[in-house]
Design a protein around this ligand. Structure first.
Ligand code: ZN
Length: 183
């Protein structure tokens, strides 16, 4: 089922998500709905907060572009994005690696807003799956960027927090309009 996407400045977006200790049928349904909602909105990632639930669960699919990473290892094994996407992950712990990289990002909770965001080019993320397995995902490029963006959501952090002060100033009116419309 496609769920409604929550827009800024909904307070749920600022909550620190609770860890998922127990993969209940509700959590499985939430994950399935989030994948459907992400595809429907043409996003590459979605955090539970963005459908109004503040738990540490997110989904990502970057398989539209197999060249968007230069490497991807899952528990030490080489994979392609298509082999593991869409990925559902719980309770992530992310290690930031490599050089910093700046690229344009959007966010489904901020329609029409984009910005240059500097992030680490590589990550090593330890996450849990719906089956209770632990995956260690090592990757770079768009996948690494999407992981960082979604994990930020799970801890109440938004991409506008990472914009330069010049960009923040430039989008002040747009944010104000969103506050008027969705606040
Ligand atoms: Zn987002």
């Amino acid at each position: 089922m496609i769920r409604d996407i929550v827009f800024y400045p909904d307070p749920v977006l600022r909550k620190v998500g609770s860890r998922v200790e127990d993969v209940t049928p509700e959590i499985r349904q939430l994950a399935a709905d989030m994948i459907e909602t992400m595809y429907d909105a043409h996003g590459v990632g979605l955090a539970a907060h963005q459908v109004g639930v503040s738990v540490q669960l997110a989904v990502i699919d970057v398989s539209h572009d197999e060249e968007c990473v230069s490497y991807l290892r899952v528990n030490g094994e080489d994979k392609s994005p298509g082999e593991i996407c869409p990925i559902v992950f719980l309770n992530p712990v992310v290690e930031l690696l490599g050089e910093k990289d700046t690229d344009t990002e959007g966010c489904l909770s901020f329609p029409d807003l984009r910005g240059e965001i500097t992030r680490s080019f590589e990550v090593r993320a330890s996450v849990m799956t719906l089956d209770g397995k632990t995956l260690v995902i090592e990757t770079d490029g768009l996948f690494a960027r999407a992981i960082q963006h979604e994990v930020d959501h799970l801890f109440g952090k938004l991409f506008i927090d990472r914009m330069s002060s010049a960009r923040k100033l430039a989008i002040r009116r747009q944010l104000k309009e969103m506050q008027d419309q969705y606040g």
